[in-house]
Ligand binder design. Structure first.
Ligand code: TIU
Length: 235
């Protein structure tokens, strides 16, 4: 398929869609993202294209992995450096309108309704920005024989970049879907995408989701509901 800096090839059987941190804490008011001083509405343009990508990869049977940034209720996995950074009015662990900020199991820490995981999909809770650190993400990828990652989610220059950089070092081929990743800062969005594809694709590839959807449709047989269901034989 067409991508920057050059064509990206993938086999649906060894490709996973990785949806990073599409949580209320980052996309809705009253959460961690807003407590850091951000305008959370900046990220919402990712939702609709990502819904279309999720629908297509589910129909095609790809592995789907969602991640959630968050900490244990006792904060034992929260380094002081992360807790004390910035001058947030609401810090991690404090009680906000959607529950305790960025704490696992709280309403605000969960994935937004529009992109809720379905049965059979993985949800990886991570204490850091990258998906590999202190998680089973790498084990899941190995177990499923995954070699290529199609990456979406928020934010482009923070958790998406950290995960793509870590994945690249581990030998995964990463395609970042430009309209399915979002930043609170338009200039960071543009530059972060440039950084992935610059220098001959130093970290991976970048393409709009429409190009990925077209390639996926071409590489997987279309489901045809007019065909009779295959006979089931039992012995
Ligand atoms: N602040 C910010 O842009 N992002 C994060 O803190 N985490 C993620 O990117 N998920």
């Amino acid at each position: 398929m067409s991508a920057r800096p050059y064509d990206f090839t993938f086999d649906p059987a060894t490709t996973a869609l990785v949806v990073i941190d599409m949580q209320r804490d980052f996309l809705e008011p009253g959460g961690f993202g807003e407590s850091l001083g951000n305008d959370v509405s900046q990220l919402r343009s990712t939702i609709e294209p990502l819904q279309a990508v999720l629908a297509a990869v589910r129909a095609a049977g790809l592995t789907v992995i969602h991640t959630r940034e968050g900490h244990l209720p006792d904060l034992s996995d929260l380094p002081p450096a992360k807790l004390h950074r910035g001058d947030a009015a609401l810090r991690i662990g404090d009680l906000g309108p959607k529950g305790r900020i960025l704490i696992r199991g709280e309403y605000g820490q969960d994935i937004i309704d529009e992109l809720a995981p379905v049965d059979g999909e993985y949800v990886i809770d991570k204490p850091g920005k990258g998906a590999f650190y202190a998680t089973a993400f790498g084990d899941v990828l190995a177990e499923k024989g995954i070699t290529s990652l199609v990456v979406a989610g928020v934010t482009t220059e923070v958790c998406v970049h950290t995960t793509v950089r870590e994945a690249n070092d581990r030998g995964f081929e990463c395609l970042v879907l430009s309209d399915c990743v979002g930043s609170y800062f338009p200039e960071f969005q543009r530059v972060a995408l440039e950084m992935v594809a610059a220098q001959g694709g130093i970290f991976g590839w970048v393409a709009p989701s429409a190009d990925f959807l077209a390639a996926l449709a071409a590489s997987t047989p279309a489901a045809d509901s007019t065909l009779p269901a295959p006979a089931v034989t039992a012995s």
